[in-house]
Design a protein around this ligand. Sequence first.
Ligand code: ADE
Length: 232
Amino acid sequence: MKKIGIIGAMDEEVSRLKENMQVEKIEKKAGMEFFAGILSGKNVVVVRSGIGKVNAGICTQILVDDFQVEGVINTGIAGSLKNEINIGDIVLSKDCLQHDMDATGFGYKPGVIPRMEQSTFIADETLVDLARKVNKEVNPDIAAYVGRVVSGDQFVSDNKKKEFLVSEFQGYCTEMEGAAIAQVCYLNEIPFLIIRAISDKADNSATMDYSEFEAKAIEHTVHLVTGMMKQL
Ligand code: ADE
């Protein structure tokens, strides 16, 4: 991969990466600033997409069309859907789907996108393996799990909703952009990986935990993404 796109939804998720890189060019499109340059010796374009699936999808397509990235990494935070995955731990996407895609009225299963061959998008195995290896080197005390990321335009802070995401989709974590990025990468036939550090448990205490643990969780993903660029 000659050039990698790195997307974070929020400033907090990409500002440290921007500080760490040598910026060669900043371009504004669709209200987003694309920082092109070098991070740990690798050609990258770092961008804050904004929150939610539409922003994330648009951002990914711009990275493909206007910056010719050959792979995309999405970094940020997420709510855990598994008891053993704790705040601060990392989830690497095995695959992703949209938990709020609902055409059940037409007989489709929840999460299935009508008239598409695929609704679950599989992450690049080489990127997953590299992230696992690098995480052991740069975050030796932080566990990295490989599993399903379920995305929707909802901050999940409700026990019932959480139970649905677990029983219906067997999700490992939930967030608001990953599956949109994955779908755009699938349509453009380029590899992707979602890297999420856990900021909350996606339950009734999520809003409070999120505020407290967001910054710490982001630190783990910044170390991991920066480390990965050295070895890509
Ligand atoms: N990002 C971080 N925590 C989240 C949650 N509980 N739901 C959706 N997105 C999140």
